[in-house]
Ligand binder design. Structure first.
Ligand SMILES: CSC[C@H]1O[C@H](OP(=O)(O)O)[C@H](O)[C@@H]1O
Ligand SMILES: Nc1ncnc2[nH]cnc12
Length: 257
């Protein structure tokens, strides 16, 4: 049973040679693609490409609930979310890795919860990311010699369009990086008591820095930096302890009304 799940973002459609591919049906429909099960350095891992095998799901159309539910159903306790992000600050440069520590939600119409009633839950999101996983991947990225930021606030926009200049200037007052997919993936994982870490690769300076970003540029820079994500997973995953000591599952004790 895989206890670690990876959700790959733009430009990340496979991170190992799958041993098995599983079609999972969930109460929320099918995940973006059948779940691939394989091993990274001897550790069993499940993988879902967030946008589908051929990037057919736009950020506002990703079946986030089905993806997270499917991983949970397969026994996953820890989710590693890989994302491509724009930079809102000079010092977060294209090619840098960010181990996100906070987010701001500017999405508008997604399915944000597994608890639509009659069971009602209010999950704490004060510290949305697993501290244990953040430490492992930050330290591993440092050891690998990558330019890595141990913190960063991710503003999640609805997309699929990129920001206007005015929006970009506003967002950069509060956040460091910008993307379209962290929410609701991170909060859904938390609602099931799973750990979640976001490994973000900076692909561009968002439009505040003058030149408008485009999708081709994001994919090109992601492809150039893909090896960093692969190395980080290969070296970081074997360092994840069997037992969790992070308290991420404790939210389940107090979130129900
Ligand atoms: C391909 S450009 C915009 C697209 O890239 C990012 O995807 P992901 O977060 O899944 O890596 C961004 O959020 C948008 O969905
Ligand atoms: N500048 C940007 N804005 C929103 N999502 C992105 N994903 C990658 N770069 C982005």
């Amino acid at each position: 049973m895989p206890r670690i799940g990876i959700i790959g973002g733009s430009g990340v459609y496979g991170v190992f040679e799958p041993k098995e591919t599983v079609k999972v049906h969930t109460p929320y429909g099918s995940p973006s693609a059948p779940v691939e099960i394989g091993e990274i350095e001897g550790v069993e891992v499940a993988f879902i490409p967030r946008h589908g095998k051929h990037h057919e799901f736009p950020p506002h159309g990703v079946p986030y609930r089905a993806n997270v539910w499917a991983l949970h159903e397969l026994g996953v306790e820890r989710v590693i979310g890989i994302t491509a992000v724009g930079s809102l600050r000079e010092e977060y440069k294209p090619g840098d890795i960010v181990i996100t520590d906070q987010f701001i939600d500017f999405t508008k119409k997604r399915d944000y919860t597994f608890y639509d009633g009659p069971r009602v839950a209010h999950v704490s999101m004060a510290d949305p990311f697993c501290p244990e996983l953040r430490k492992i991947f930050y330290e591993t990225a440092k050891e690998l010699g990558f330019s890595v930021h141990g913190k960063g606030t991710y503003v999640c926009i609805e997309g699929p369009r990129f920001s206007t200049r005015a929006e970009s200037f506003m967002f950069r007052q509060y956040a460091h990086i910008i993307g379209m997919t962290l929410v609701p993936e991170v909060n859904l994982a938390r609602e099931l008591g799973m750990c979640y870490v976001n490994i973000a690769t900076v692909t561009d300076y968002d439009v505040w820095a003058e030149k408008p970003v485009d999708a081709q540029e994001v994919l090109k820079v992601m492809a150039e930096n893909n090896y960093k994500v692969q190395e980080l997973l290969r070296k970081g995953i074997p360092r994840i302890p069997e037992e969790r000591h992070c308290g991420c599952a404790d939210v389940l004790k107090s979130m129900f009304v």
